[in-house]
Design a protein around this ligand. Sequence first.
Ligand code: ADP
Ligand code: ZN
Length: 726
Amino acid sequence: MKSPLEILQQHFGYDSFRLEQASAIDNAIAKKDSFVLMPTGGGKSLCYQIPALVLEGTAIVISPLIALMKDQVDALRINGISAAFLNSSLSGLEQNETLNQLKQGKLKLLYVAPEKLSADNGAFLNLLNEVDISLFAIDEAHCVSHWGHDFRPDYLFLNGLKRQFPKTPIIALTASADEITRQDIIKQLNLHEPLVLISSFDRANIKYFVQPKQSVFNHIAQYLNEHPNDSGIIYCLSRKGTEDMANNLKENGVNAAFYHAGISAIERAKVQDDFIKDKIRVMVATIAFGMGIDKSNVRFVIHADLPKNIESYYQETGRAGRDGLPSEAILFYSNADVMKLKKFAMIEGNEEQSTLMLQKLQQMSEFAEMQKCRRQYLMEYFGEKHDGNCNSCDYCLSDFENWDATIDTQKLLSAVYRLKERYGKNLIIDFLRGSKGVKITDYMRSLPTYGIGANANKTYWQDLIKQLIINGFLRESNEEFPVLKLTEESNLVLFKHKKVNLRKVKEQAKAVSVTELDTDYSAHQFDSHEDLFAKLRTLRREIAERENVPPYVVFSDATLLELSTYLPHSKEELSQISGFGAFKIEKYGEIILPSIVDYCIKNNLTTKIAEKKPKKQSTPKKEKTYEAGTFTTTYQMFKAGNSIEEIAKTRSLSLNTIQNHLVNFVEVGKIKPGELMDINKIEPIISIAKNQAIQSLKAIKEELGDDFSYFEINIAVAYHKLQVRG
Ligand code: ADP
Ligand code: ZN
């Protein structure tokens, strides 16, 4: 029997597993149930595809996205794996053919649409009794739960699966599940003592930018100009917005199309297909576009208008960079958008819902306006801890200077105080600047604070208020017309002479600018040969067209990038390229190699494969959680006697990252908890963790309070996992 790693290398051409993949795979091979929560692009598919190849029999994969099913099956077949799918797009004849293959045990994987489960009163599941089934994989598992955002009644047929097939392991996978949904999925599917694997949701290869919404079209046109080879999505709020933008772009020579719910289904399917097949470079769309788009080489997602909440923003930006290569998310922000969306958020007759929507919108605008690491905000929004300093958002990439804002803050806070915390920012500013407007009453004019802020203009005070809110010196009430309120921090400034030091952007990092950022991966970061890259891309498109599959199914951008960087000259050398398994080398080696060799002869180059050893993961260096090498370095430095701070400094990584590395070694027993923390603190943590159906560090932290750090909780939980596994 081949090992999972051998299969990974031979069939998929990858060098090593990502962190949670290995655990999920081992667990399935041991015939146990698992629940896998991983972000989009995290690599969920391999979690069941590899066990499917190791185990005897056929793996049944339930997946609701019919469009993706064919892609997945195509991708498996291209890697020499026998797979098929069953859904309503097939004729009766084709379905019978597939069922025959299933009965004869010829399939390693069978993808099935959920409607097949309910058809003929569950006839399909009964049929499976006669077949040797290796495992069940339930993709988009949140569809089984009413709590999830995409409940599908057909998924309820999966309730009985465990009873009917008690010995067959089930892997439930999803990229979107909050705590309640997670628990519900496990319950609905009757998973038996499942291994719960939750990956970080940090998409380290996506850079986040927010820019003021001014001359948006020009900025976008410039961006596209600066990234001539990149494909991506531009989201607009309205249908008309998408049409105008797309037409404008086309007039400027950009290969763009628009997509919204108002165009015919046939036309929609066509532009979507063209986008996936790299025939359309830029898709301008409303939020109707994206669900079930698996295109891995989306390099940028631009929001020309504000999304209505962080969830949508994160999901939409998450469509970038599934192949792990550097990608960008750019949001154009204006306060006018917030006003517009506010109107939509107000649902007549449903106050509760309206309040919630308004609150979510408020958070969205807070995200856009704040002066703080964007990634940190996002991670914390989704309940994960992050130190900030991600070094890949506009905030972290900007230049700052400190300034002493104490005096103006005192003026502002006293105005709020004098006016008894009853007014919004506009009135406070008018009052401070000594406005003669009607809203300023005679009483207000008689107060000593009236007019003490006339030294600065309105924008200045607006910015200061924003900064103070972000830094906790003020807060805004949660009403339709928010008023400014004092906080504990403001009292320290007003009454205890606390100083206020704020940071001011000296030079803001922008996505759209020619010089500052090293974002053009093909030109700089990897030192690849751009013209060869372009040539190989054309070749890939030809192959894809011939085989009628999307180009990224043939090779990912990551693979093309490695080819045009390391210039392999032989099949032997090809095997070192990420994404080239034995099967693909045989199938495409002779098509690809001549192009590379030709190119080298013409340009007087030779192979650089020696510079690339061992095979590198397709994930970029920054992706913290996944790369084995970086963990090992931390481990070795730690064992050599360096402190966490020292390691972080030497490696230019955050403390948080180093701590996470070390926790992983606790989990495999290579570092003892006592080497990292006070061992007396372990027991209290474990006793709470034990009683949780699903591990939530946040819940543990809440219960234990400030005496316990996340790091300590992490260590104890890791240690507990080690003990449980024995
Ligand atoms: P998900 O279903 O979680 O969104 P996929 O399973 O589609 O993610 O994987 C995303 C991309 O990452 C795919 O291109 C896949 O081939 C690649 N990938 C997955 N696991 C690995 C790995 N261990 N090494 C390199 N690339 C991987
Ligand atoms: Zn950041």
